[in-house]
Write a protein that binds this ligand. Structure first.
Ligand SMILES: Nc1ncnc2c1ncn2[C@@H]1O[C@H](COP(=O)(O)OP(=O)(O)OP(=O)(O)O)[C@@H](O)[C@H]1O
Ligand SMILES: [Mg+2]
Ligand SMILES: [Zn+2]
Length: 327
């Protein structure tokens, strides 16, 4: 990237290696989001107005650009791991192809809770009804008509290996993988969820009830389903709110993207992530008008050895702390 000038960036030229874990660092206001989100992603997506820059070289080898924000996407109570992974399409087809379903004239759409037909009419497939409490918060109650099962009785009577569609939605990702082991159309959608450590999630659990870290891994799993090869992933501060153990899981997910031939850039303050990077781009040295320059770029050791880098100083302190603790 040559000559980035948006916001506080001072005619910045940086190299961004592909196929590696690249971490952009620097104090708050240094220009990280401007450089990557506005300039890099803006120009790669053909929206140069978002961030001024002279030119970007080598972007043509990228097949796609995926930006993952801290802000979660729409969390509809009707979306769940089965629907967002699209495994539910294959599951509904399996139910529709049973003799019981055909005898009742039920198609795959009859096993959807998003369209009228097979779903419970009273709650429109939500399994719960919202009670307006006037001045208090709305209260959600299980639907009395379907007892929270979301479907009409005749749909629930259709069984696949003895399980109703409601029973299947109550299974975990791991259980569903075993149940549909012979159906590549379904397993190929569920496998990424297991790979990012979400095998324990119930496939029908509403996304509105997932934890922040679970939601983030779900999105990484979704990105893994698409072909990761040649794709550039940008994550802006993905470790916010994550436990150190969850950060390990996140780093593992990023490794999977790299193994699949993707490229990853992470904007991050977390030192555990920074020291695991292949290549660090340290911006600053300060925030606002005092920033917008490249302080130093290279592997974490090079950053740690740089006298003017705040990130380098933090890495040195971490290394010394570690050495002191080991003595
Ligand atoms: N639309 C804008 N107009 C003017 N200045 C902006 C605009 N967006 C950002 N800036 C300024 O540009 C500088 C760099 O902001 P940027 O968001 O890139 O920082 P950052 O390194 O991502 O910081 P943080 O770690 O806090 O997210 C800041 O001083 C910010 O106030
Ligand atoms: Mg930022
Ligand atoms: Zn109902």
């Amino acid at each position: 990237m040559v000559g980035a000038r948006a916001n506080n960036l001072r005619d910045l030229t940086v190299e961004i290696p592909l196929g590696q874990l690249v971490v952009a660092t620097g104090v708050s206001g240094a220009g990280k989001s401007t450089l990557l989100r506005s300039v890099l992603v803006g120009n790669l997506r053909g929206e140069p107005d978002r961030g001024a820059c002279t030119r970007i070289e080598g972007g043509e080898v990228l097949s796609d650009i995926v930006v993952m924000d801290a802000a979660p996407p729409a969390r509809s109570p009707r979306s769940n791991p089965a629907t967002v992974s699209k495994a539910f399409d294959g599951i509904r087809q399996r139910f529709a192809s049973t003799r019981e379903a055909r005898a009742r004239g039920l198609t795959a759409g009859g096993f959807s809770f998003n369209v009228a037909g097979g779903r419970c009419d009273a709650c429109e497939g939500a399994g719960e009804v919202v009670v307006d409490m006037q001045f208090l918060d709305d209260v959600r109650m299980p639907c009395e008509a379907c007892e929270g099962r979301r479907y009409r009785p005749e749909v629930l009577q259709v069984r696949l290996n003895g399980l109703s569609i409601c029973d299947v939605l109550a299974q975990t990702v791991d259980e569903a993988l075993a149940l549909f082991a012979d159906d590549r159309k379904i397993t190929r959608r569920l496998e990424p969820l297991a790979r990012v450590g979400l095998g324990y999630l119930t496939i029908g659990q509403p996304l509105s009830t997932l934890s922040g870290g679970e939601m983030q891994r779900l999105r990484i799993a979704q990105a893994l389903t698409e072909s990761s090869s040649g794709c550039l992933y940008l994550l802006d501060e993905p470790t916010i709110g994550l436990h150190p153990a969850d950060i390990e899981v996140l780093l593992d997910c990023l490794d999977q993207i790299l193994d699949a031939g993707g490229s990853v850039i992470v904007v991050e303050h977390n030192l555990d992530v920074i020291r695991r990077a292949d290549y660090v781009i340290d911006l600053g040295p300060e925030g606002g008008p005092g920033g917008g320059r490249l302080v130093v770029a290279g592997p974490p050791e090079v950053i740690a050895a740089h006298p003017d880098s705040h990130t380098g100083a933090a890495l040195r302190a971490l290394a010394q702390g570690g050495a002191a603790a080991a003595q």
